[in-house]
Design a protein around this ligand. Structure first.
Ligand SMILES: C[S@@+](CC[C@H](N)C(=O)[O-])C[C@H]1O[C@@H](n2cnc3c(N)ncnc32)[C@H](O)[C@@H]1O
Length: 216
C-alpha cells in the first residue's frame, strides 16, 4: 500500500533519489502519447509554445524539429525534473531555443498573451482545482491560441492501482466538460491504442487521447 502511495506521490512531483528512475519510466510509458500530441499540434515557424509538467524532457528535440525557429518554454514544479531536462537538452537550452523553469502552473511566471500553444501530457490528474490552472493558461495564451491536453482514457488509468492515491481522474467527456465550463471550445480530438508494454511483468495497453481546445 505504501509503495502505491509513494509511486503516486512521485508521479505527482518526482523528487529525491527516486526522481530519475520515475522520470525514465514516465518517458518510456508516455512516449506514444507524446507522438500523438506532437502529431496533433500544428505550429508555424517562430511560434512560442509552453509545456506544463515536462518530466524528463526527453521529447523536446522532436518538438523543436516540427517548424523553424520555434521558441519552446517548459515549466515543471519538480526542480529535479528541471535539472534533468536541462542536462538532456543542454544544446537546445544553450542555444536559447528551449527555456526550462521550475514553477507551478497555478502561477505561471509569464506575461499575458505570450504563447501560441500550451500543452501538457499526463498532468491534469494532479490539478486539485483545475480552475486555478486553466485561468492561467487562458491568460498566457495569445487570442485564438490552442491548449492541448494529452491524457489517457479512464479505463486505461484504472489499470494502475496507484491512481487511487491522490489522482483526480476524468473520463474524456468529463475533461471536455471541465474545459468547456472554463471558457474553452473543443476543436479537435485524436485517439490511439498504444503498443502493449511490459509493466513489471504485467502486459498493459493504454489508449491515448489528445484534445485541442480553443481559448475564447
Ligand atoms: C506524471 S508526470 C508526466 C511527465 C511527462 N509530461 C510525461 O507525460 O511523461 C507529471 C509531471 O507534471 C509535473 N507537475 C504536476 N503538477 C504540476 C503543476 N501544477 N505545475 C507544474 N508541474 C506540475 C510533475 O512534477 C511531473 O513532472
Amino acid at each position: 500500500m505504501t509503495d502505491l502511495k509513494f509511486i503516486a506521490q512521485q508521479l505527482r512531483k518526482p523528487s529525491g533519489e527516486f526522481a530519475s528512475t520515475i522520470a525514465e519510466k514516465m518517458a518510456e510509458a508516455n512516449h506514444p502519447l507524446y507522438d500523438l500530441v506532437n502529431h496533433s499540434m500544428t505550429f508555424r515557424d517562430h511560434d512560442s509554445i509552453l509545456e506544463i509538467g515536462f518530466g524528463s524532457g526527453s521529447h523536446f528535440s522532436a518538438l523543436l524539429a516540427k517548424a523553424n525557429g520555434l521558441n519552446i518554454t517548459g515549466i515543471d514544479y519538480s526542480s529535479e525534473m528541471t535539472e534533468l531536462a536541462k542536462s538532456i537538452n543542454k544544446n537546445n537550452v544553450e542555444a536559447g531555443r528551449l527555456k526550462l523553469h521550475t514553477g507551478n502552473s497555478s502561477q505561471l511566471p509569464f506575461d499575458d498573451s505570450s504563447f501560441h500553444t500550451v500543452f501538457c501530457n499526463m498532468v491534469i490528474y494532479f490539478w486539485d482545482d483545475p480552475a486555478d490552472h486553466l485561468k492561467e493558461i487562458q491568460r498566457v495564451l495569445k487570442p485564438g491560441g490552442i491548449f492541448y491536453t494529452g491524457m489517457r482514457t479512464l479505463d486505461s488509468m484504472l489499470q494502475f492501482p496507484f491512481t487511487k492515491f491522490g489522482f483526480n481522474l476524468y473520463s474524456i467527456d468529463e475533461w471536455k466538460s471541465v474545459l468547456q465550463s472554463h471558457g474553452f471550445m473543443i476543436v479537435g480530438e485524436l485517439r490511439q491504442r498504444d503498443p502493449v508494454f511490459d509493466d513489471d511483468g504485467d502486459q498493459i495497453q493504454l489508449e491515448s487521447v489528445c484534445l485541442a481546445a480553443l481559448c475564447r
